[in-house]
Design a protein around this ligand. Structure first.
Ligand code: PMP
Length: 293
């Protein structure tokens, strides 16, 4: 596998970053997880826009244009002849001294890894998954905006570990006020009486690209969408539920906190949305031009 670092491609074993990089020392950096389907990089521009916004929010000045950031992703796919897979684009603050001060870092590092991914077992997509609310709360917007896709995921990892203690693979995270925020690496949706609900982004969730695609798919199907605060009660009593994310795509949720969602099977509206989503991912993005073999 070839890894892209600052405009050059390296063999996997030679792809290295300094141990003094503040991305490693402090999680000072940002990233994107992007999907490629049959040579089409899904919503690449939106991912790069979110990366640029994350950078602005943490005052990390990107020395690359929007197009250069897009091209790096394309280049990593071409170098690995990747037609279907997952792309991880990372920007770190760069090498600095051992103090927190970001001003000691002068050279942000840009890394792109293009590889395969399989997040959850296939069975979850067919039969749905059960999730559980965990004690760890999603970071408050006042502590650190969860809208920034930063390299510091310990808040989410703590929640994931708690879910695992109870024998679940995914956790539902509440925000400081006790409303539903999101899952550890995915957005959360419920359906009640034919209406699709998801928490607003300022409820401490990430503005997921898959979340946006799901809302678009719902509008295409004429399903009313509402972004509003959700309680655990809403999740326990809804008709259908599912989570969305670039790596996970759309996974039906069939139980929350040991309360069956609907009849305990992936719901009909969820499956319709999944069908539309699967179609859009192959047409809504940037087509990669691969060199002829
Ligand atoms: N929430 C969090 C915390 C995430 O890390 C992610 C991405 N894995 C998502 C939601 C889903 O966002 P997207 O659809 O853009 O992948």
């Amino acid at each position: 596998m070839k890894v892209y670092i600052n405009g050059k491609l390296f063999d996997e074993k030679d792809a290295k970053i300094s141990v003094f990089d503040h991305g490693l020392l402090y999680g000072d950096g940002i990233f994107e997880g992007i999907r490629i389907y049959d040579g089409c990089i899904f919503r690449l521009d939106q991912h790069i826009e979110r990366l640029e916004k994350s950078a602005r929010a943490i005052k990390l000045v990107l020395p690359w244009t929007h197009e250069e950031l897009c091209n790096a992703v394309v280049e990593a796919c071409v170098a690995n002849d990747l037609h279907n897979g997952y792309i991880r684009q990372v920007v770190t603050r760069g090498e600095g001294n051992l103090g927190l001060n970001p001003k000691t870092c002068h050279d942000p590092q840009h890394i792109v890894i293009a590889d395969k991914i399989s997040l959850y077992p296939e069975e979850f997509y067919k039969n749905g998954m059960e999730i559980i609310t965990v004690p760890t709360r999603r970071l408050s917007v006042a502590a650190f905006p969860p809208m920034v896709k930063s390299l510091n995921y310990l808040n989410n990892i703590m929640a994931k570990m708690e879910a695992q203690i109870f024998g679940f693979m995914e956790a539902l995270m509440l925000n400081e006020e006790g409303y539903v925020a999101e899952c550890t690496g995915d957005n959360f949706f419920i359906i009640e009486k034919g209406v699709l609900y998801t928490p607003p982004v300022n409820a401490s969730s990430l503005a997921g690209i898959t979340r946006g695609a799901t809302l678009d798919a719902a509008r295409e199907l004429g399903i009313p969408c509402v972004e509003q605060n959700l309680t655990r009660y809403d999740c326990w009593t809804c008709d259908e539920a599912f989570l969305t994310g670039t790596a996970a795509e759309m996974v039906p949720v069939i139980a929350v906190d040991d309360r069956k969602v609907g009849n305990g099977k992936p719901g009909p509206i969820t499956l319709k949305l999944l069908d539309v989503f699967r179609k859009t991912v192959r047409r809504d993005g940037r087509m990669v031009v691969y060199p002829k073999k």
